[in-house]
Design a binder for this molecule. Sequence first.
Ligand code: FES
Length: 158
Amino acid sequence: MAKRKVKNDFQPRIVVFACNWCSYPAADAAGINRLQYPPNVRIIRTMCMGRVNPAFVLKALEMGADGVLVSGCHFEDCHYSFGARKAAEQYQKLEKIVQLLGIEKGRIRQEFISAAEFPKFVQVVHEMVEQVRKLGPNPLAKSLLPGHKEKREEMAVN
Ligand code: FES
């Protein structure tokens, strides 16, 4: 894939699907412990990472997210027994779909982050924002309906 020039001030928008039982509390604990992470992320709480269908990630990318992080419990901590394992399987499929669509693999990421691992949550968010910043705006977002581009700029992170 050809490398694109990226504006220095590009602020990527990252959607984070975070499990209610581990990664969402980790994000919360980061705030309580005054660990800052970039404001580029929008967190969507889900009951289990296994509930995050690959279609949700593709939809987020289609709607203009520059990157998507899917985060949940470690396998042994999943409240729904097999949810995290199912999510790991789904993620492998998602990686293939993303590749077929010509989207850079670095725009998606899956992480297993417990509530106690809030510094890891912060680190992953920092890494993801930097990685996606280097990739530039999501090319899939170009296919958005007319008017979406203006709306995206209006909603841009300042
Ligand atoms: S309950 Fe957190 S990943 Fe299943």
